[in-house]
Ligand binder design. Structure first.
Ligand code: FAQ
Length: 315
């Protein structure tokens, strides 16, 4: 008789592109990997609201302000879908409740994307975030629509639809600036200079330095490697920069006719590790803002909970 263990069966099941649902059996390390990644992803969405919120009151027109507000609200919604997807994994002795995972982030024990530890110094940075940061996020999240965990994959479908509007609004901001005065175009160039390398770092370390990739690929959570997504992002983004008339801040960037890809410099990995260690330009500010918001807005949560409890009693 052929004996197949549960783990092997599970791997074969996901390899056939089946989705795992919350009540299905799953290996412990699969559950752990998902809680780590989905909660980090959710934290990125909600911390990611802060750099853009910095410009709501200074948006240059009512139209821009409305688009920016809508985009930032979308990010809050993405955080909620993701915290919801993460909570479905809170079984079998695993804690995945949003209060718990959020607290882990506030205590600096759980990561969020490195990109949100950079400040937004000009209005052009808001364009650069939409174009580059949402652009990189989409590149990664289109892949994640095909991940093996049903609730995460479904959240991704909805998120990706909204992210493409975000990317376009950012590119349009930069297009307007690049067609404007010399000063505006220079402001756009400086934003690209600031955000180019941090955007490339969003895809994570190189494949040979990525400790989670192998397992993630085996379990069909990651469907493409960090380096292959980063390469695709560079390949689609360089022509977009050329269309804007902006230059990518990389003297080694060139198109390789043989491979059909752009080649680029090694990323500034020391900077990446410093940001992950909490020493980026805005790490402290981001966490302080979220910690203070918890304190200052506690009464809202308490009032909502008291109201919900009262409603429950009367129904
Ligand atoms: N920042 O072994 P790997 C957005 C960590 S959403 C911080 O390669 P993995 C929308 C990684 O966690 C952006 N940490 O890890 C938006 C791991 O640490 P750990 C967020 C990073 O998981 C736009 C360690 O390094 N998107 O932008 C980063 O296989 C505008 C080793 O790395 C997602 O979260 C980084 N950049 O691959 C919102 C997508 N890279 O946990 C507002 C889902 C790596 O072992 C405004 N996540 N690390 O201690 C993923 O696809 C993956 O988690 C990766 C990393 C690709 C980010």
């Amino acid at each position: 008789m052929k004996i197949i263990d549960k783990n092997t069966e599970f791997e074969a099941y996901v390899a056939q592109e089946n989705k795992i649902e919350p009540k299905d059996w799953m290996p412990e390390d699969y559950r752990k990997l998902l809680i780590r990644q989905i909660s980090q992803h959710a934290h990125s969405e909600v911390v990611g609201m802060l750099p853009e919120a910095n410009w709501i009151s200074r948006a240059p027109s009512l139209r821009r302000k409305m688009a920016l507000l809508a985009k930032i609200q979308d990010e809050a919604g993405h955080g909620l879908y993701l915290y919801g997807a993460c909570e479905t994994l809170g079984q079998e002795g695993f804690t995945a409740h949003r209060d718990y995972t959020y607290e882990q982030m506030l205590q600096g024990k759980a990561k969020y994307s490195s990109i949100f530890n950079y400040p937004t110094l000009s209005w052009a940075d808001i364009g650069a975030i939409g174009w580059l940061v949402d652009g990189a996020a989409i590149m990664n999240q289109v892949m994640l629509m095909g991940n093996s965990y049903g609730p995460y994959a479904r959240a991704m479908v909805r998120i990706c639809k909204e992210e493409s509007f975000h990317q376009r609004q950012g590119y349009e901001i930069l297009m307007t600036l690049c067609r404007g005065t010399q000063e505006q175009k220079e402001m756009a160039q400086r934003a690209l200079d600031r955000f180019w390398w941090p955007a490339l770092m969003m895809f994570g370390p190189n494949d040979d330095a990525s400790p989670n990739s192998q397992k993630s690929m085996k379990y069909r959570v990651k469907r493409e490697s960090n380096d292959s997504l980063r390469q695709r992002f560079v390949d689609v983004t360089v022509p977009q920069a050329q269309y804007l008339g902006l230059s990518i801040p990389d003297p080694n960037l060139h198109f390789n006719e043989t491979t059909g890809h752009y080649e680029f410099s090694e990323l500034p990995w020391d900077e990446f590790h410093e940001v992950l260690a909490g020493n980026g330009p805005a790490n402290k500010k981001r966490l302080d803002t979220k910690i203070n918001a918890q304190k200052e807005n506690r009464w809202v949560k308490e009032a909502a909970l008291a109201f919900a409890a009262k409603e429950e009693k009367t129904t």
